[in-house]
Design a protein around this ligand. Structure first.
Ligand code: ADP
Length: 523
């Protein structure tokens, strides 16, 4: 192998893994970077959403605490009338969610309600009073210091959610508890819509209870872009969830892009692998072709040399005048003629083949007989067949259609097939050339009873430079272009060329010529 070829091969084998590696690294880096960027973006979106959720939760807490403060400023525990006269008479808009305010005397053994100011007096008030004394008081943080601080109790009793604000006061050595009863349904139906329904639709908000049931607002997707936060002080059993509408879109985009990137990376990997496979196959083919070509050059030189030396040897013999009998003289002359024929046939073949390779073999298609051409071609091989001791049989039916064909090319095809039969199958002792007519084509068949062709060689031998195992093993001279030419000629005539095995031995080479139209018949 030439040093250049070896270097190129080495380069290919080094380069290919490098290319794969580079593509792999590139894909990973791209994927990683875009993933990190996406993560950063997601993080900033989550942070923005969280601060929005904080703001929403704080807004409600503030609204309730402001009302509680208003109540505190109105009530004076030393004067029970301040409840009914002060807070109840005060404007409703100042404490819109407070339903009632109560004052309890915290007697350790039996606390009692000493004043009850209700916005909507009715049986519910009595129920609430009982609930407060029997259950709520137990749930309140009454001993935690500082006891006078404003506190909230958010609890569900009998499936109803209650929110009360409470704070303790002492007067004249007695402990009092002021309780503001907030109307939870009113908070849900009036306050939430007011403070959480965004007009700009940039975000969507809902409020869920401790069990995750929606108390207010639409259901939100539980993706990474929905952020929830419990209310800090007032409705602390509930949480407010916020999702940015743009974030939902973003989440979808992220998912879509991630999938697209995966597909792209996978596809480019596949393309690279396919490319490498194609390059490897092409390189292997190229190597095989160049080997075949150099074999071809050696074969052709040999094929040229042998008949030339024979012509020269017998020419010199004749020229020297040392040939005694007339019969010998004729024999030598015949050899010279035959070998020159072979020589010209070979040269013709090589030239035709070169034209085929360059795409320059122009066929001169003319309407004419086929049978006649086949007969003529076989006749040119008769002398050789006789010398080889092979009988040439010919079967051409009458009434064949006239065909559009190149007479010279057709003859080359037949001569090549007969020549091969004489070369590879002479021990079969007979070769039969037959022309058959079918509906859409005319078939030319050359059968021999020689060794036949190995099944794995049957397709291959029709490719340029390819020679069969039998030819190589038995060192039979040849160039490997004869059948390639036959195939090309058949295809140029709208036909095909192939080989069939014969029973019990030998092979039949067939090529067809299309006869699509109803052509007139041969005389
Ligand atoms: P060449 O004869 O110069 O090698 P061809 O293209 O004419 O090239 O033939 C290709 C191969 O087909 C031959 O090398 C031979 O192996 C095989 N072959 C062709 N004709 C016959 C035949 N009649 N019998 C057996 N083998 C054949």
């Amino acid at each position: 192998m030439a040093a250049g070829t070896r270097r190129a091969r080495l380069l290919t084998f080094l380069l290919l893994p490098l290319v794969v590696l580079a593509v792999g690294v590139l894909a990973t880096v791209t994927f990683r970077t875009s993933f990190q960027l996406e993560k950063l973006r997601e993080q900033s979106v989550v942070e923005a959403t969280l601060s929005l959720a904080n703001e929403k939760a704080d807004r409600l807490d503030k609204l309730i605490v402001e009302q509680d403060d208003a109540v505190v400023s109105d009530i004076d525990v030393s004067d029970l009338r301040s409840l009914t006269q002060g807070w109840l008479r005060g404007p409703m808009r100042q404490t819109p969610t407070i339903r009632a305010v109560l004052l309890l005397h915290l007697v350790p053994s039996r606390p009692e309600v000493v004043a009850f100011a209700s916005r909507a007096p009715g049986p519910d008030d009595e129920a609430f009073r009982r609930l407060l004394l029997q259950r709520m008081l137990g749930d309140m943080e009454l001993q935690v210091e500082p006891t006078s601080e404003l506190r909230h109790l958010h609890q569900t009793y009998d499936e109803t959610s209650y929110l009360v604000s409470y704070w303790q006061r002492t007067h004249g050595g007695r402990r009092y508890l002021v309780v503001a009863w907030h109307d939870v349904p009113r908070i849900v139906h009036q306050i939430f819509p007011r403070i959480y329904s965004e007009r700009d639709e940039q975000s969507r908000v809902n409020v869920v209870d401790a069990e995750g049931r929606i108390v207010f607002g639409p259901p939100l997707s539980e993706g990474e872009f929905t952020v929830g936060r419990p209310f800090a002080t007032t409705l602390y059993k509930w949480r407010v969830n916020v999702t940015l509408t743009s974030a939902e879109e973003l989440a979808k985009n992220v998912e879509r892009r991630r999938r697209l990137e995966m597909i792209l990376v996978g596809l480019s990997g596949l393309v690279v692998i396919a490319g490498i496979v194609v390059v490897l196959i092409a390189a292997a083919r190229e190597r095989r072709l160049s080997r075949l070509k150099s074999e071809f050059v050696a074969n052709v030189s040999h094929e040229l040399k042998t008949p030339l030396s024979l012509v020269r040897m017998f020419g010199e013999l004749l020229h020297s005048g040392r040939v005694e009998s007339e019969e010998k003289r004729r024999q030598y002359l015949q050899i010279i003629v035959d070998e020159s024929d072979r020589l010209s046939q070979l040269i013709e073949n090589v030239l035709d083949f070169a034209r085929v390779e360059r795409g320059k073999l122009a066929y001169r298609m003319e309407l004419g007989p086929v049978g006649e051409v086949v007969v003529h071609a076989v006749e040119t091989c008769l002398a050789r067949a006789e010398r080889e001791g092979v009988e040439l049989e010919l079967a051409v039916p009458e009434g064949l259609p006239l065909l559009l064909r190149d007479e010279g090319a057709l003859e080359v095809a037949v001569v090549n097939l007969v020549d091969n039969a004489l070369k590879y199958a002479k021990q079969g002792e007979s070769v039969r050339v037959e022309v058959r007519r079918a509906t859409a084509y005319v078939e030319v068949r050359v059968s021999d009873r020689g060794p036949g062709i190995l099944p794995e060689d049957r397709k291959r031998i029709f490719e340029r430079f390819e020679r069969g195992r039998n030819a190589q093993d038995n060192k039979i001279r040849g160039s490997g272009i004869g059948l390639a030419l036959v195939k090309h000629i058949a295809e140029a005539h709208g036909g095909k060329a192939w080989v069939e095995p014969n029973q019990p031995q030998g092979s039949t080479f067939v090529f067809t010529l299309a006869s699509r139209r109803a052509e007139p018949q041969e005389p």
